[in-house]
Design a protein around this ligand. Structure first.
Ligand SMILES: Nc1ncnc2c1ncn2[C@@H]1O[C@H](COP(=O)(O)OP(=O)(O)OP(=O)(O)O)[C@@H](O)[C@H]1O
Length: 222
């Protein structure tokens, strides 16, 4: 089953008299086992696309389907339920609750879904190089640590779909390779999983099954 399907997605922002056409007819589909990397210069629409695919935002036109169910044009509560069921999302900020430590943040979504998995949380934190930061609070983390803790928080409940916005923005190449390996292992496990990762990193793109490039809200080669 196609896990992510977007058909002709449009998203316009209006501020005063100004209109920004952030997405202008974007279609894509992502299949189980794929690690798809989304490249594009700053402002090309990557974060807007991830927001529309996760249901955090609703497109102005077009349709988004997740694991065979339409996500777009539904009330926010229904979108949140579908997101909880199928998607792990890591945004550029705001992934961690400030009063919970790294391990507690990693376990939170699983707890809310009634299936916390402390062993998996610890293993993922070890795999991304955060084993020494389990009990640190978000305010005590560096930028790169915050991003990796946010990524683990998106992955611990083992969703079918991972959407992540620059998970390796502030890390060295050795750590970036660890993060890419965790995401590769996630998509390859049985049961049908996929990942769509926005990044500026050519090194990360080298690990992808497929690379897509956005420019001014459209696919670059469209
Ligand atoms: N809430 C908003 N209100 C108005 N304009 C917005 C809003 N969010 C994004 N935009 C604009 O939409 C366009 C696409 O932004 P987006 O954040 O999706 O780009 P991006 O490719 O993720 O950039 P970056 O790599 O810097 O994160 C930009 O021109 C941006 O200024």
């Amino acid at each position: 089953m196609t896990l992510i399907s977007a058909t002709d997605v449009y998203r316009f922002y209006h501020v005063g008299d100004d209109e920004t056409r952030a997405l202008r007819g974007v279609s894509l589909s992502v299949e189980p086992g794929e690690l798809v990397v989304l490249l594009g210069s700053s402002g090309s629409g990557k974060s807007t696309l991830l927001a529309c695919l996760s249901g955090l935002d609703d497109p102005d036109g077009g349709q988004v389907d997740i694991a065979g169910t339409r996500l777009s044009r539904r009330p926010e509560g229904q979108r949140a339920r579908l997101r909880g069921e199928h998607i792990g999302i890591m945004l550029q900020s705001g992934n961690l609750l400030p009063h919970l430590n790294v391990l507690e943040n990693a376990l939170l979504t699983g707890k809310l879904l009634g299936r916390p998995d402390a062993a998996r949380a610890r293993q993922l934190l070890l795999d991304v190089g955060l084993e020494h930061r389990l009990h640190a609070y978000p305010s005590q983390l560096s930028g790169g640590e915050t991003a990796r803790a946010g990524l683990v928080a998106a992955l611990t409940h083992n969703p079918r779909i991972l959407l992540a916005d620059e998970p390796t923005a502030e890390v060295d190449s050795e750590t970036e390779d660890k993060v890419a390996s965790v995401i590769e292992a996630f998509v390859k496990q049985p049961g049908g999983h996929c990942a769509l990762i926005a990044t500026h990193s050519g090194r990360f793109a080298g690990r992808a099954s497929r690379v897509l490039r956005l420019r001014d809200g459209r696919w670059q080669d469209a």
